[in-house]
Write a protein that binds this ligand. Structure first.
Ligand SMILES: Cc1cc2nc3c(=O)[nH]c(=O)nc-3n(C[C@H](O)[C@H](O)[C@H](O)COP(=O)(O)OP(=O)(O)OC[C@H]3O[C@@H](n4cnc5c(N)ncnc54)[C@H](O)[C@@H]3O)c2cc1C
Ligand code: SF4
Length: 329
């Protein structure tokens, strides 16, 4: 590991300014992604600005919304009783992955800003446009079993791995930030993560030194009837091969409204508006769910070893919708 400086910040504006002022600086929260990548030589910041003791560790709730501090631990979010009642998909997504120790250590902001698990990115030496822009992509034509079938581009096919982000994609979430120059932004979650395009090294619309301070979940009636279902190589402590975050508004067995996002299969959190539209007005039954899943996967493109994900994602989505529709309400 290369030498680096470390600052323990207690002030929000100070933390953003410190990273903004140093091109090689990064924020450190729980460290469960960042420290791994530093050990592997994938990331080499020369300054770490520790943000995990900033006054951003609270969850505030009222009738209109939940306001979640960036440094709230993933365990704290997963176990919050009122959040579980009003936005069940959030807790279910968080409990579907990570060990309890990791959930206790890691933060909400770190979760939505975690890096891909692409093994070529993480090995530190293969050609990888995300790690070394312009160096190529070893996964294209290589071992792409875990890679994306939706949203991939000619420069990068890596999956964005966060379960929480997949859940947030159906909840109209808002990300609040403090910029290094003192400004602040309110960023809709839809559009926060970028497609790889020509710059796969840039994964979000955040600028250097822009600190995430809060997430906001507006109160949505449909969110009370939401669910997360995930399939990985193991049933616990494993990233998604395919997952689905779903919400349904049903009236006498007919779908009035639906929300659908897929995880584990796309380069960013993947909302499926066409599949949602395909469900509206249809009976909440298997044939409608299968038809919506066909629409959700219509644009999927398989590589050499990940074609199985197309069928898997279809089944995962149908199962998520079926389980949710069967819940007592
Ligand atoms: C063994 C293992 C299994 C895992 N399994 C899963 C799983 O199944 N599902 C899943 O979704 N995740 C999984 N994860 C990933 C885990 O969710 C992330 O590592 C964790 O959420 C990152 O949070 P952190 O606070 O530790 O972030 P850090 O590692 O501290 O930071 C991550 C990134 O976020 C940036 N950052 C942190 N806070 C801020 C902020 N406030 N503003 C701006 N930038 C910030 C950092 O600079 C860094 O780039 C797993 C991780 C491990 C190690
Ligand atoms: S898929 Fe993306 S992260 Fe993986 S090797 Fe290719 S460019 Fe790098």
């Amino acid at each position: 590991m290369r030498p680096f400086a470390y600052v323990d910040e207690r002030d929000v504006a100070g933390a953003a300014a410190a990273v903004h002022a140093a091109p090689g600086a990064m924020f450190l929260a729980g460290g469960t992604t960042l420290v791994d990548l530093m050990r592997q030589g994938v990331l080499a910041p020369d300054l770490l600005v520790d943000v995990h003791r900033l006054p951003l560790g609270d969850i505030e709730l009222d009738d209109r919304r939940a306001r979640i501090g960036a440094c709230v631990r993933n365990a704290q979010l997963a176990e919050h009783p009122e959040l579980r009642a009003r936005w069940p998909v959030v807790g279910e997504a968080l409990l579907s992955g990570m060990s309890p120790q990791l959930r206790n250590m890691s933060t909400v902001a770190g979760n939505i800003l975690q890096r891909t698990r692409c093994s070529y990115y993480r090995d530190g030496h293969s050609p990888c446009n995300k790690r070394v822009p312009g160096s190529g992509c070893a996964a294209i034509g290589g071992h792409d079993r875990d890679h994306a079938i939706l949203g991939a581009g000619p420069r990068c096919i890596a999956v964005f791995p966060s379960d929480l982000a997949t859940a947030l994609a159906i909840l109209d979430a808002i990300v609040y930030t403090r910029r290094g120059d003192g400004g602040a932004r309110r960023l809709p979650f839809d559009g926060f993560h970028l497609a790889p395009g020509d710059t796969p090294e840039r994964e979000t619309i955040l600028d250097h030194g822009e600190l995430v301070t809060h997430l906001e979940l507006p109160t949505l009636a449909i969110a009370r009837c939401s669910h997360y279902f995930k399939v990985g190589d193991r049933s616990s402590y494993s990233f998604a091969l395919a997952s689905a975050a779903v919400a349904l508004d049903l009236e006498r067995g007919i779908v009035r409204d639906a929300r659908i996002a897929l995880g584990g299969v796309a380069t960013r959190p993947w909302r499926c508006p066409d599949a949602e539209q395909a469900l509206r007005g249809k009976p909440a039954e298997l044939s409608s769910f299968r038809a919506a899943a066909d629409v959700a996967l219509a644009g999927a493109v398989a590589g050499r070893h990940n074609g199985f994900k197309i069928d898997l994602a279809r089944h995962v989505l149908v199962r998520a919708l079926t389980e949710l529709a069967a819940r007592p309400r």
